[in-house]
Design a protein around this ligand. Sequence first.
Ligand code: DHB
Ligand code: FE
Length: 279
Amino acid sequence: MATIVGGLTTSHVPSIGGAIARGRQQDPYWKPFFDGFLPVREWLADVKPDIAVVFYNDHGLNFFLDKMPTFAIGAAPRYSNADEGWGLPTLPPFDGVPELSWHLINHLVEAEFDVTTCQDMLVDHAFALPLKLFWPQERCPVLTVPICINTVQFPLPSAKRCVALGRAVGEALRSWDDPRRVVVIGTGGLSHQLDGERAGFINKPFDLKFMDSLIHDPEWATQFSIHELVEKTGTQGVELLMWLAARAAVPGRVRAVHTNYHIPISNTAAGMMAMAAID
Ligand code: DHB
Ligand code: FE
C-alpha cells in the first residue's frame, strides 16, 4: 500500500517562471510569494515523497478546442514542458511512473470515470511551475503522474465531480501494492480573471473561506455550480477545481503545515497550502 503523505496546492501564474529565471525571488514584488514555499520545502524534506500526483489544467497546449477531454491522465515515462514562452526558459523533462498511472487508470475506469489516457503528453506551466516551486533543484527529484481537468472549454466538470475524482484517486493510491510515498498536488486559482469586463477581478473573502474549508470542511465548495464559482472567483479562478480534487485524494483529516495568500501576482490572487495527512 502506498502512503499518502498529504496535499499541496498552489497558483501557477506563468510569470513566476520568468521571475525564477531572472533570480527575482527576493524582489519586493515577489518575496511575499516565494517566501511562502520555504517552510513547505522543509516539510517535504521531512516527509520525503517519492511521487507527486498532480491535478492541473492544461491551457491549450496538449489539448485544444478541437479535442478537449474532461479528465485526462498521463501514462508516459516522461513529460516535457513546452509552455507558451513567458515562463522558465528550459526545463528537463519530468519523469513519469507508468505503473502507477495504469493502476490509477484501471481503478478510475472501474469506478466509472471515463478518463482519457495519454501515453504522450506535453505539460505546461500549470504542471511545471508548481513542481519547480516545491523542488527548486535542477531536475525534479520526484516521479510524477499528471491528471488534467478541463477548465478551458465549457461544459466543465462540477466541483462535486472533481471531489469524487479526487476521492477515487485517493482510493486507488491506497490500493496500490507498492510502498512508495505519494504527495498529491493541485495547481490553479485562486480568484482571477484574465479577460473581459471583469479582467483583474479578485475575491479575497471567498478565497480565504475556500482555503479554510479545505482543512475543516473539504466539501464546502461543492454547494456551488460552475457558473456560481466563475461568478465568485473569475473565469480562471475556477481552476480551484484542482485544489478540490487534490484535497479529496487525501483521505480523512489534514493538518495545515503552512498556508500563504498574496495579492497580486500578475492579475491573480496567489494562494498556497501544504496539508499533512493525519488519518
Ligand atoms: C495567469 C494566471 C493563470 O492561471 C494562467 O494560467 C495564465 C496567466 C496570470 O495571472 O497572468
Ligand atoms: Fe491557469
